[in-house]
Write a new protein. Structure first.
Length: 116
């Protein structure tokens, strides 16, 4: 009996979210790593529309291993809603919650730095 493969998610940081060949495109070990690279790209290459992307690895899905932009907040789900598999996927929804937390932490850090 074949063991069912675990469904996983991988994150990428793209210096240019639309055209990956126009800059760095990095596979990251964690969402936190992808977010840090994304923040760097926002500072150094904002005109290239940096992005965080994800890929679900699910042998039972036609969407397996495709890369797709990760919304940076639950309010910004526009394109994600076009693909119900992604929009409803628990790993994607958890990643959106995590990136919202990372952004809140970044904002708090900025406010602390400004008030010094």
């Amino acid at each position: 009996m074949k063991k069912k493969e675990e469904v996983t998610i991988t994150f990428y940081a793209a210096e240019c979210g639309e055209f990956h060949d126009f800059g760095e495109y990095t596979k990251c070990k964690t969402l936190e790593e992808a977010y840090k690279k994304y923040q760097k790209y926002c500072r150094t290459s904002a005109n290239m529309c940096p992005a965080i992307e994800f890929s679900i690895h699910d042998p039972d899905s036609i969407y397996s291993d495709m890369e797709y932009p990760l919304p940076l907040s639950s309010k910004d789900r526009g394109d994600l809603e076009l693909v119900p598999y992604y929009n409803e996927h628990p790993l994607v929804n958890e990643a959106i919650r995590q990136v919202e937390q990372l952004q809140k932490q970044q904002e708090k850090k900025k406010h602390r730095d400004v008030s010094r």
